[in-house]
Design a protein around this ligand. Structure first.
Ligand code: T46
Length: 146
């Protein structure tokens, strides 16, 4: 199957679409490329991925970051990404490996409805820092409404 080029329209603040360069090479696979300053708008200091999401009730995220910039991809399967900038909310189903969504600062994000084969890949601009997390929704609302 040829990768789709349709981009979701993003309505929440501090987000956007990042499209990877893709080199379709079937029947020998597809290649996806993320280069800093080309596809990825920040220097990458951390990469992590999440797998084994077969639990149909699994929910991840449920937080925002104070300063961190990230881009999230669904490199296998699908999941639903819920975004909330404190004013607007948006729900996106990610299922195309080449299409990433920017998770900028002060954007509450939750991931759910994972397919059994879902693998999430995240590129982050900083190393892990728990102090950068806002895990309390009431605190997040106070911060964005200031
Ligand atoms: C995010 C979404 C998209 C680390 O020690 N180092 C790391 O780099 C990460 C990402 C996590 N952890 C520890 C911290 C927690 O004790 O792993 C545990 C689970 O982390 P968290 O609850 O933040 O995982 P998710 O899947 O809810 O969120 C992750 C990222 O943490 C987060 O930054 O934006 O994916």
């Amino acid at each position: 199957m040829k990768p789709s080029r349709k981009l979701p329209a993003i309505r929440v603040a501090n987000s956007g679409v990042v499209r990877l360069k893709s080199v379709p090479d079937l029947p020998d696979g597809n290649l996806f490329i993320a280069e800093v300053k080309r596809e990825v708008p920040f220097p990458i200091k951390r990469v992590y991925f999440i797998n084994s999401l077969a639990n149909p009730r699994a929910v991840r995220g449920r937080h925002a970051h104070r300063k961190l910039e990230q881009v999230i991809f669904c490199v296998s399967g699908s999941f639903v990404l819920h975004l909330d900038d404190g004013r607007k909310k948006q729900r996106l189903r990610l299922h195309e490996p080449a299409i990433g969504i920017r998770l900028g600062p002060r954007l509450w994000h939750t991931m759910s409805d994972f397919s059994y084969d879902c693998v999430i890949l995240v590129l982050a601009a900083e190393r892990y820092d728990e102090k950068d997390y806002i895990r309390d929704y009431a605190e997040f609302r106070r911060l964005v409404r200031r």
